[in-house]
Design a protein around this ligand. Sequence first.
Ligand SMILES: NC(=O)c1ccc[n+]([C@@H]2O[C@H](COP(=O)([O-])OP(=O)(O)OC[C@H]3O[C@@H](n4cnc5c(N)ncnc54)[C@H](O)[C@@H]3O)[C@@H](O)[C@H]2O)c1
Length: 320
Amino acid sequence: MSRIFVTGGSGRLGRSVVAGLAAKGHQVISVDRDAVPADQLPAGVVQETADLLAPGEALRLLQETTPDAVIHLAAIAVPFSAPEDVIFATNTRLAYTVISAATELGVGRIVTASSPTVLGYGSPAGWLPAGFPVDERTTPRPWNAYALSKLIAEQTQQMFAAAQGDRIRYAAFRPCYVISPEEWEGAPTQQGHTVAERLADPGLSAPALFNYVDARDVADFLDLLLQKMPSIPNGETFFVGAADALATAPLAELMPKFLPGSDALSAGLTGTSPAFSIAKARQLLGWEPRRSWRTELKSTTTHETSAALVTAGTGSKEPQ
Ligand SMILES: NC(=O)c1ccc[n+]([C@@H]2O[C@H](COP(=O)([O-])OP(=O)(O)OC[C@H]3O[C@@H](n4cnc5c(N)ncnc54)[C@H](O)[C@@H]3O)[C@@H](O)[C@H]2O)c1
């Protein structure tokens, strides 16, 4: 059992992470600017409401709560949802502030949320990887402030790892498009449409290369990561995605329609194969995602989706 300080614990992903870690028996301290209503807070979770960018706040809260692990999720999480300079300054300062405060206090394990967008897909100037599936060795080429801020968050934890050695363990993870339990039930996802709509119109999922992950699988990943951090290389980054693609057709067929020039690169993405490899998390941590849209979408919604698929258009509406 660990004592885990989760920043951004009231957010879309944070709520599932807090609930998942608490259910595994950890003591969780959830820190966010926004509070979760008390009746929705899992039993035993301590909630702290604070602006982590206010001078001294991160250090004060860490000192008071004495965690042995930190999971840093707090950020502006949607590209272009604020002016570019605000996203850049907010996310990079949050990462630096939380990681440096936790390091100063000697917290043993520090995990930071990054994003697959660091790779640079969706660039208006065009983007193609060296090959599919992409993995942690794929060269990041961020093209907006959000993606750049996440790459800097990864590099921030690597900088501290380089300075501290193995005294403190650091890691970063890139969760694919997060789908929370209520979103399987029909609540709007991060981009404003439902999961069923995203499946029915490949143009909605194509900008993120059809990636996704269940928020509870991310919680399981983080639980395992915290357990294994003392015995894996320090400062690693992991993709965290579902085992399949958020698509009803093979990506070998879909990808060339939305990513010009990707025919040969995506030819191996047959069946349900996703565009993002999770082999590293499988091999280093033994993690396996347990949920898929095929198991989680409400059966009624799946029927609607099937019907919608017949008539759906394919235009992209997503800013990411
Ligand atoms: N949702 C996704 O699909 C996705 C994909 C890749 C990466 N991520 C990353 O995962 C993390 C969580 O994403 P999310 O979807 O839950 O986002 P979210 O916007 O739902 O949650 C972020 C939380 O951070 C809090 N926060 C922001 N600034 C703060 C501050 N100064 N002090 C205290 N709290 C602050 C917000 O109040 C919010 O509750 C983010 O770092 C995001 O970049 C999310």
